[in-house]
Write a protein that binds this ligand. Structure first.
Ligand code: PLP
Length: 263
């Protein structure tokens, strides 16, 4: 008889990366590394390797909802992580599911463009993401280009980043973790703005072309929320965790793109 019980599970609703670096594959490793049982509902499949995304397949929205419903029917889900959702139709299906099942926490990684440049969200899906998912999220975790698209304005320095987190809160996000890796300078500063306070998390910049860092960070936050950590602590640990995993990253393919080492 197994004696180890893991009472709370984390669910990722995201895209599959056939290259194993980002998406669902990264999320499940991140959940496992945090000692949380991982569930997954595939919102999109990518034909992908370390060089880029060759093709995307979006399963029917009904089938996505069936995956989500199956998970909620059997597991106690402490947090849901949202990643690549691809289209407005998928976003509406996910929002409907979340409104039906009401998980305690939702971590929204507003995935739009891969580091390789591939579009991972349809142009006409941005409004749906803003209007349906942002209000349901415990925290949203944009990087600088994603925050620029969400706000429709440039963020080119640290002052603009501080203004952007406040503006995203004003537009209906309960909390915002703005990842600062795309801004110049060392250390990298990630900013968490909650209703109460602004937190800054600093890490030395690593010279690694890492793949799947955003997915891994958001799923680490979701795992920490499952474990009962308050949001600032969940984000602080997740940032330290990514830094460690990036420091030990390895290159499984033929390009210089590295994959995080989670263990
Ligand atoms: N592929 C999938 C399925 C993803 O969800 C993501 C990011 O969230 C990416 C690729 C892009 O990852 P990166 O920008 O780290 O290369």
């Amino acid at each position: 008889m197994p004696t180890d019980t893991r009472p709370v599970s984390a669910l990722t609703i995201a895209g599959s990366d056939s290259g194993g670096g980002a998406g669902i594959q990264a999320d499940l490793r991140s959940f496992a590394a945090h000692g949380v049982h991982g569930l997954s509902a595939l919102a999109a499949l990518t034909a992908q390797n370390t060089r880029g995304v060759d093709a995307v397949h979006v399963p029917p929205a009904d089938f996505l909802r069936a995956q989500i419903d199956a998970c909620f029917a059997d597991f106690r889900i402490g947090a849901v992580k949202l990643g690549m959702l691809a289209t407005a139709e998928v976003i509406h299906a996910v929002a409907d599911s979340l409104q039906a099942h009401r998980p305690a926490h939702v971590v929204l990684d507003p995935v739009m463009v891969a580091t390789s440049g591939a579009r991972l969200l349809a142009d006409d899906a941005l409004d749906a993401l803003r209007q349906r998912l942002m209000p349901l999220a415990t925290v949203i975790t944009p990087n600088i280009p994603e925050a620029e698209l969400l706000l429709g304005q440039a963020i080119d320095d640290h002052e603009a980043a501080e203004a952007a987190v406040v503006e995203l809160l004003a537009r209906g996000a309960a909390a915002v973790l703005l990842k600062g890796g795309h801004l110049p300078g060392d250390p990298v500063i990630d900013r968490l703005q909650t209703q109460e306070a602004l937190y800054e998390f600093e890490h030395p910049r690593l010279a690694v072309n890492g793949h799947g860092t955003g997915c891994t960070l958001a799923s680490a936050i979701a795992a920490n929320l499952c474990l009962g950590l308050p949001l600032p602590d969940a984000c602080a640990e997740a940032g330290d965790y990514i830094h460690g995993a990036l420091a030990h990253a390895y290159r499984p393919g033929n390009s210089d793109v590295a994959v995080l080492d989670h263990f």
